[in-house]
Design a protein around this ligand. Sequence first.
Ligand code: H2U
Ligand code: ZN
Length: 349
Amino acid sequence: MARMLPDRLKEVPHRRLNPLTGQWVLVSPHRLQRPWQGRVEATAGDRPPSYLPDCYLCPGNARAGGVRNPDYTDIFVFDNDFPSLLLDEAPAGSTVDVAGAYRARPERGICRVVCYSPRHDLTMADMEPAAIRRVVDAWADQYRELMAVPWVHYVQIFENKGELMGCSNPHPHGQIWATEEVPNEPAVEDRSLRGYGGPGGLLEAVHAHESEDSSRVVCRNGDWLCVVPFWAAWPFETLLIPRRRVASLLEMTGEERDALASILKDLTVLYDRLFACSFPYTMGIHQAPKKDGAGEYWHLHFHFYPPLLRSATVRKFMVGFEMLGMPQRDLTPEQAAAMLRGDGPGGGS
Ligand code: H2U
Ligand code: ZN
């Protein structure tokens, strides 16, 4: 611990590098010596019913596009009725390049919605690990199927949870966008993972250091580690890393998938406990794109990006210096991890 984070850095402003993106984050620990400055306020907390007649994701209901959902009893995947990307190949001459300053090119893709459960009232934190395991299997099947489409080069699986994150419907669901080109974030990570110069891979090094110095560990099991990364930009951002380097869910053993389901449950329960609310977030899986050699250096991982800062209603805004300069945080990643673990006031300092 002392080796990685000298005591001085716990008090003075400093920058930390995100080795996955190459971006620096500003940390200002002197502004917040104690993590618990906020109140814990429970939100309205009205539990939705287990079935809602006008929910477009509940079994047997009509969706906005008019199609009726089957009476599904487990996981249900369908093509998004309002997809952001279309299947059709663009007509010739759709590429723009003017003066190197105005560039555009067509993009196609496949957008799907994944309902985790027929129950309208559940979140991952309420689901049994065995049920989450079936979601993991559905993600793996979708990744396999969509990566088999010849023109698809990347599959992004994600979930927006909570109104704060723009999710309009509490029915537990996520989305999948398969794209012709690799999007910005995984493209930058791809370069970082490929270019890492250490023995072994970048996330293998991170896994080893974080397991040894447990100050940023939120929860763990034999196959998975969940940390507030050293370079976290969002207050309670977390990173889930499998111990064994696998490029995608397809390479994971049954036990590793079970362990993934169980750590997803553990993490979402801890999130909900922090501010006594159904914790909002955007989460997603970064897996290998379709690229020569990617299987040799890719290390699958999950990012959770929650917007909350001090309570169920006080969020972090990435504005001002953050938009024009760089992301900044007061609460250190070590303090955030201690709060998520439930260590209490002053923990993790
Ligand atoms: P969120 O994950 O952000 O809540 O989005 C839900 C998706 O569900 C959204 O992309 C789709 C929307 O287009 N949807 C349908 O495909 N059919 C519907 O009947 C309503 C919503
Ligand atoms: Zn529903």
